[in-house]
Ligand binder design. Sequence first.
Ligand code: ATP
Ligand code: MN
Ligand code: MN
Length: 297
Amino acid sequence: MAGAQETRDGVGLTNLGQPLLAGGEVTKRDLVDYLDAVRDRILPGLRDRPLSVVRLLRGQEPFMQKNLPTYTPEWVRRTAIWAETSHRQVSYALCDDRRTLLWFANQRAVEYHPALVTATHPEQPTHLVLDLDPPEGDAFPAVARVAGAVRRALADVGLAGAVKTSGGKGLHIFVPVHPDTSAEEVAAATRALAVHTERLDPESATTAFIREDRGGRVFVDPTRSGGATVVAAYSPRLRPGLPVSFPVAWDDLDAVTPGDFTVRTVPALLGERDPWAGAMPAPQRLPADLVAEGRTI
Ligand code: ATP
Ligand code: MN
Ligand code: MN
């Protein structure tokens, strides 16, 4: 029937047949169906975390939405955070359940970027993250190689992490940290680990902020921490074919490319166990000498 609206979990879903990206084959239904299919996997990484989303409205440039619009239903949980730069309160959504996820999907929210802190403990990062960014060109093998160096740098100081594709060009390595860890300690340890990685493989890895100084090497970002966001595992990315940020076993990094994981391919790759939760080690204490070293960098 013309105008008939589909409802899931009480959320009205509209214009599902419309293409999502201009000229692409992916429809809004593909986005909604994908997020609903992976909800049990993506929600644990979003729950209780101030959420930013990248929305793609028809005929507009995509934009990152932090502050919730006034028309947001009252049942969407939220938390107010003071934004120092713009001198105002930002009302962030907390995407805790299926209906909130479906509401965002219907809002054409394609990318899901949770904070590295929770609303319950906004001063405490839950993870240390190493963000690996390739130089120009098809450099994923180099990123995979540098991920191996990060793994060794972590092991050298008794730490372990889990790795996922960003869904863009690079990789993210997550190290869960003990709740006693401060944002400043996480930031210092991130810098120290990035520098250790550069030392282990100076031909492939760099911590140089200036692009021209990177010399075709993979950038190990020493600054991801604290108030920052990182795209969630299982989140789609706003690129042709809607690739997905997807966990990879350390030993499989050489055998995959980021394009293997899209909203079309990922649901079939999901078995009984959650590969991201399954790969994640227990929260760890950061070694004091690593933190002390990072404070000097
Ligand atoms: P790629 O692999 O292509 O680098 P990425 O997601 O790692 O993809 P980065 O630019 O390296 O992209 O950024 C790392 C993370 O930092 C992102 O996942 C995102 O959550 C956050 N971020 C980056 N740029 C912005 C921005 N302009 N506003 C808000 N958050 C951002
Ligand atoms: Mn990156
Ligand atoms: Mn980056």
